[in-house]
Design a binder for this molecule. Structure first.
Ligand SMILES: Nc1ncnc2c1ncn2[C@@H]1O[C@H](COP(=O)(O)OP(=O)(O)OP(=O)(O)O)[C@@H](O)[C@H]1O
Length: 359
């Protein structure tokens, strides 16, 4: 039996279709990631599961029971939303313990559970304080602790790391995966951040415009995105999409981008020809600093440079096309005006001009 099964769910707000015929299954004990930009429908989906909104169409099953017509308090759902609602008069300890007390758990068991959760969430030092004195990140972690403490059939975590600073966020990301897996809970984790999905997800569903547009492991989404829109969303800095032409001559398929031409391994001569969009991830572009005059067709002009800690994004121009490359930061990159680029056709993504993946 699945923890959650959503069938053909649609929700409209006036003229906006926030959710359009969405189906999704969360197997028992699994962590399912919803990854999508703002406005994709992630919160709407979760509010429908929680019973805070009524669907226009579709069905929601929790542990095999149809809950579509049930009130929120009749559903076995526990959730953390972006807007955190903690009990202001209770200490952090009591906030986390509250759902356990209402279940009638014994004091010793409650103490052990709160201790375990607060250690993982790094909030042991504030357990005797009240929410008014918490930072945004502390509030968030207490809210996660409280939601995970509550016994439920399905746990909904809507961008639960959004108000944490970058360091804490990446620390918690890794630990949260351990905690969530160890808990045995069935979870939907919504995030707009691909790095988070990468750390958490074997089962990632990309949402765009109220629909699930692609599902797979985070690595599958990265290596074979089915549209240019998904390709641009999955990966940072975004993938380069360059106008290119495919030509097939005597059994050989080649792609021409600006004045550069590459053989395409693994693409047969009966493949598509004509105009395409060539996707090249910035991190797949090899860059060497020696401006190589003998090989001038591969020399790119450095238009701009953005240092991002251990990596640097270079804005490059070559034969009239502009693209970005992401490379490890090195001292000799500074004050360079031209670089030699190395493009590996094995790392190319090919899309139709309408944005559908070809290869
Ligand atoms: N109560 C509402 N009334 C009108 N429109 C709404 C309402 N709630 C959501 N919407 C619209 O539905 C669409 C989906 O919104 P939703 O909040 O589900 O997206 P999201 O993926 O959770 O985005 P975010 O990451 O910003 O929270 C958006 O176009 C939003 O403006």
């Amino acid at each position: 039996m699945n923890a959650l099964e959503i069938r053909n769910l649609t929700k409209r707000y006036g003229k906006t279709t926030a959710l359009n015929d969405v189906s999704l299954v969360v197997p028992k004990g699994d962590l399912v990631v919803l990854l999508g930009p703002t406005g994709a429908g992630k919160t709407t989906l979760q509010r429908l599961v929680a019973g805070l909104e009524t669907p226009d169409q579709g069905q929601i099953m929790i542990n095999g029971e149809d809950v579509t017509g049930l009130q929120p308090n009749q559903r076995a759902v526990s959730m953390v939303f972006e807007s955190l609602a903690l009990y202001p008069n209770l200490t952090a300890y009591e906030n986390i313990a509250h759902p356990l007390r209402t279940q009638g758990m014994e004091a010793r068991e409650i103490e052990a559970k709160v201790k375990e959760l607060s250690e993982i969430l790094h909030v042991s030092h504030i357990l005797d304080r009240k929410p008014a004195s918490f930072s945004g990140g502390e509030k968030q972690r207490i809210a996660i602790g409280r939601a995970l403490a509550k016994p439920a059939g399905i746990y909904l975590l809507d961008e639960p790391l959004s108000s944490l600073d970058a360091v804490l966020r990446s620390q918690l990301r890794a630990e949260l995966k351990r905690l969530l897996s160890a808990s045995g809970h069935s979870i939907i984790f919504a995030t707009p951040d691909f790095t988070e999905a990468l750390a958490l997800g074997d089962n990632v569903n990309v949402m765009m415009g109220g629909q699930i547009v692609q599902s797979g492991t985070a690595n599958e989404l990265y290596s074979a995105p089915s549209t240019t829109e998904i390709a641009q969303f999955v990966g940072n800095p975004p993938i380069n999409l360059l106008p290119a032409q495919i030509q097939c001559t005597s059994g050989k398929t080649e792609v021409q981008v600006s004045n550069l031409r590459f053989g395409l391994p693994g693409v047969g001569d009966d493949a598509f020809t004509g105009d395409v969009l060539l996707g090249i991830r910035p991190e797949d572009i090899g860059v060497s600093v020696v401006g190589n005059t003998q090989n001038s067709e591969k020399n790119a002009h450095v238009v701009d440079m953005e240092p991002l800690g251990n990596r640097t994004t270079l804005m490059l121009e070559l034969g009239g096309i502009s693209f970005s490359a992401s490379v490890e930061t090195e001292d000799d990159l500074e004050a360079v005006s031209s670089v030699t680029v190395d493009l590996d056709p094995n790392r190319f993504h090919l899309f139709s001009t309408e944005g559908k993946r070809l290869h």
